[in-house]
Design a protein around this ligand. Structure first.
Ligand SMILES: *Cc1c(COP(=O)(O)O)cnc(C)c1O
Length: 378
């Protein structure tokens, strides 16, 4: 029988994984997630820490979703439904689209990656905005394509600038509406004009992770435009307002042709059984959704009032998070950690003076504002 002998092969050579990696991966800067509560408590010796750092829902999941997840645990030994039948059927009915227009993702991050895998080669360009969601450059570089970052306008997407950046090599444009981390948003007319102006060789992904939080009447529901724009992909998630971030489930909605291709690159069992069951149940709990919306609106008001009292400028946000300008943000972040409050520093977003705060429960917001005041020496 053939055996690997210790003195043969790779063991004797100077093995360098980095050298073997494809160029795009070598240049990658990994995504920096919010600090987990357990890590802070372990490292800083604090207790009762709170996390306002990852735009998670302070209300958690709907009790109905929790019950559905618990019931689904008994099926753990079986593979999930790879076609996501029940979840797709529920989503399709709710959104007024056909089931075959839906692509399920292990979080909507999956959808962002699938669009790149399905439509972009290493010779192509992908456009996104400065200060936009950190995953866009990552999924672009991963396959060795060129990322084109268009300077932001007042912290938001400059659609005219992004239109100008489109070349014959452009295959994909990422638009976050609203954008994370800045909370800025695009109005119906502006986004529609942009989509109408995009040439047919370009896919446009509109990332609507915070869709359910937005209350502005002029905020577009891009799913209504899918018939008009067959090159449009709308990405949404259960991680944010539905409170299922830990289960990882999101979806893309697009024209049939695009969905068919996205489903080809989708790993067959990318959304697990428990996540599918919880997501179906979450969609049925309108009361929980309304609660989450009003807790957020109230908490946003509380935070903004607190910033104004402290004389700190903030970027007006329609999401469940807000960026506040604190000067030496790195130092303030550290002070907050010592007080047991985790927020998000934004140097990797090119915003070294800002911190991003996720709207929490009233008591969490209050604790954060007190800690912030202390950190600033006021
Ligand atoms: C959180 C977030 C997502 C996706 O999160 P998933 O947990 O992968 O669904 C996508 N886009 C933006 C802008 C986000 O903030």
């Amino acid at each position: 029988m053939a055996r690997l002998l210790p003195q043969s092969g790779a063991l004797n050579m100077a093995f360098d994984a980095y050298k073997l990696a494809v160029p795009g991966v070598r240049a990658l800067k990994p995504y920096v997630p919010g600090k987990p509560i357990e890590e802070l408590e372990r490292e800083y010796g604090v207790t009762h820490a709170i996390k306002l750092a990852s735009n998670e829902s302070p209300l958690g999941a709907s009790p109905k979703a929790l019950a559905a997840a618990q019931a689904a645990l008994t099926e753990m030994a079986r593979y999930p439904d790879g076609g996501g039948f029940a979840l797709k059927r529920t989503l399709a009915a709710k959104l007024g689209v056909s089931e075959s227009q839906i692509t399920l993702g292990n979080g909507s991050s999956d959808i962002l990656e699938f669009t790149v895998r399905a439509f972009v080669t290493a010779q192509d360009e992908v456009i996104f905005s400065q200060h936009a969601f950190a995953l866009y450059p990552i999924v672009t570089q991963m396959i060795g394509a060129r990322g084109v970052e268009v300077p932001a306008r007042q912290w938001g997407h400059d659609l005219a600038g992004m239109r100008t950046a489109i070349t014959p090599r452009t295959r994909l444009v990422f638009i976050a509406n609203p954008n994370n981390p800045t909370g800025t948003w695009l109005r119906r007319a502006a986004l529609n004009d942009f989509l109408a102006s995009v040439p047919a060789h370009v896919i446009v992904v509109v990332d609507e992770a915070y869709f359910e939080y937005v209350e502005e009447h002029d905020y577009p529901d891009t799913i209504e435009w899918l018939e008009r724009y067959p090159n449009l992909v709308c990405a949404r998630t259960f991680s944010k307002i539905y409170g299922l971030a830990g289960l990882r489930v999101g979806y893309g909605v697009s024209s049939l042709g695009v969905a068919e291709l996205l489903n080809r690159v989708r790993p067959p069992f990318n959304v697990n059984h428990i996540a599918q069951a919880a997501a179906v149940a979450a969609l049925a709990d309108a009361t929980h959704l309304k609660n989450a919306q009003s807790v957020n609106a109230e908490g946003m008001g509380q935070l903004v009032k607190g910033f104004e009292k402290l004389g700190l400028p903030h970027i007006p946000s329609v999401g469940n998070f807000v960026c506040v300008e604190v000067g030496e943000a790195g130092q303030v972040y550290e002070q907050l950690l010592r007080a047991g409050v985790i927020v998000r520093p934004l140097d990797n977003y090119g915003m070294p003076k800002h911190l991003r705060i996720t709207v929490g429960l009233p008591e969490e917001n209050r604790r954060f504002l007190v800690a912030l005041k202390t950190a600033l020496g006021r």
